[in-house]
Write a protein that binds this ligand. Structure first.
Ligand code: RFL
Ligand code: PHB
Length: 412
């Protein structure tokens, strides 16, 4: 089999890239190691920035998102027993974010690709990506047999544990990494959200986050020690801990609405960047090149912006014969990635209680949070980063014009 762009991995990055290329008349083949049900049910991100929403619309995958996604115009920070709202449109040039789960993004993209796109093979595990002078060979196993996909270009969208990264020679590859001394326990519950926006809470007992999937389903997270076993967290213990960490002095005795817990897992927290994101005919996108801790809600959005830029670069090559945008791809992405790395690190270290944290460090965190609550300048910096920073000269534009309204246009 031969294709123009071989895509390894059918997470949001690989699927969105395949759709954008298909719409531009560029053929691709997507190879995914897991089965369709697994990929569609993996619980992950929930927050989409405007650029991600635009890229999904440009890929033709905006219809259900625009009907079911919930536009959020702010978040609440809770710390020191009080609550403070960050108003996005007022602080960040009218921009907002959308709550629409990664599971739904992936389902929409898979349905479209299977209905009218190029090949998308599930249970096709890539074992090696090998470059020669004028093509790349992707070796994979499907239905018990070994196959080779020959490609003009290969994009590794195979996540943090993928194999494509190894096609960049070790002596040219640089990795930057940080692991955090805590994890998240995440649950999905059939319970109405606590509040109509997300709540990020700093407390002496550790961080908590109250998010949502719909008007009747909550997504909730608790900071827990690394190595935590979910078996040690029966449902009542989780609800009690959420109540304690989200408590404020303004509303004593306040409690979350409880409901059946339908999913429970522990997630490690990590920051990671691999540079460069291209070597000759092999490129990396999404979690294959970079990981952020989820506190800044950036991972899926970075993946979407990487592939929107890549699609634009392939279209440019297709139309003009020039590799200029592909040549710029790594540098253009890395500027935005490092901004998101810093923001995610900042949110994580400001809101979590490290196991060896001194009272001095806790006072610094509270001072920083109080500054955000009292200064429009400090709050604007958080708001701009959360909704997505537009970097000068690097607009992160999508492959074709968006067709839907701006998230900022819907009244709060
Ligand atoms: P994915 O989603 O990991 O997909 C990679 C795919 O590649 C496949 N694969 C292979 N296929 C073939 N051959 C091989 N050898 C392969 N090896 C791997 C895998 O099976 C998989 O299907 O990467 P992608 O597409 O780059 O997407 C990245 C996002 O999934 C990730 O960044 C986000 O989920 C991060 N994230 C969040 N991002 C946000 O923008 N907003 C959020 O609110 C947000 N919340 C989160 C998050 C991540 C979380 N976890 C679980 C770490 C919340 C959580 C809890
Ligand atoms: C989620 O809804 O899963 C979510 C939201 C915001 C985050 C992380 C996760 O920062």
């Amino acid at each position: 089999m031969h294709t123009t762009v071989g895509i390894v991995g059918a997470g949001p990055a690989g699927l969105l890239l395949a759709r954008l290329l298909h719409r531009a008349g560029i053929d691709s083949v997507v190879l995914e190691a897991r089965d369709r049900a697994y990929v569609e049910q993996r619980q992950r991100a929930g927050i989409l920035e405007q650029t991600t929403v635009d890229a999904l619309r440009a890929a033709g995958a905006g219809e259900r998102m625009d009907q079911e996604g919930i536009v959020h115009h702010g978040i609440e920070l809770r710390f020191d027993g009080r609550a403070h709202r960050i108003d996005f449109p007022g602080l960040a040039d009218g921009r907002s974010v959308m709550v629409y789960a990664q599971t739904e993004v992936v389902k929409d993209l898979i349905a479209l690709q299977l209905a009218e796109g190029g090949p998308l093979l599930f249970e096709a595990e890539v074992r090696a990506v090998e470059q020669s002078a004028d093509e790349v060979a992707v070796r994979y196993v499907h239905e018990g047999a070994e196959h080779t996909l020959r490609c003009d270009w290969v994009v590794g969208c195979d996540g943090f544990h993928g194999v494509t990264r190894n096609a960049i020679p070790e002596d040219l590859r640089r990795s930057y990494e940080r692991t955090y001394p805590y994890s998240w326990l995440g649950i999905l519950a059939e319970a109405p959200p606590v509040y109509d926006e997300l709540i990020y809470a700093h407390s002496a007992r550790g961080f908590a986050l109250a998010s949502m999937r719909s008007a009747s389903v909550s997504r909730l997270y608790l900071q827990v020690p690394n190595g935590t076993d979910v078996a040690d967290w029966p449902d009542d213990r989780i609800w009690d801990e959420l109540d304690a960490r989200l408590a404020t002095r303004q509303a004593p005795g306040w409690k979350l609405a409880r409901g059946p817990v339908t999913a429970k897992s522990v997630l490690p927290m990590r920051s990671h960047v691999t540079e460069p994101m291209r070597h000759e005919r092999v490129l990396l996108a999404g979690d294959a090149a970079h990981i952020v801790p989820p506190t800044g809600a950036k991972g899926l959005n970075l993946a979407a912006t990487d592939v929107a830029l890549l699609a634009k670069a392939f279209v440019h090559l297709h139309e003009s014969g020039s590799t200029r945008l592909l040549d710029d791809y790594s540098d253009t992405c890395l500027e935005r990635i490092w901004r998101a790395e810093h923001f995610s690190y900042f949110m994580t270290t400001t809101l979590h209680a490290a196991p060896d944290q001194s009272p001095f460090e806790t006072r610094l965190q509270l001072s920083q949070l109080a500054r955000i609550a009292s200064s429009p300048h400090a709050a604007a910096e958080l708001a701009h980063n959360y909704v997505g920073v537009a970097l000068p000269g690097r607009p992160g534009a999508v492959a074709s014009a968006p067709t839907g309204p701006d998230l900022g246009e819907q009244a709060p």
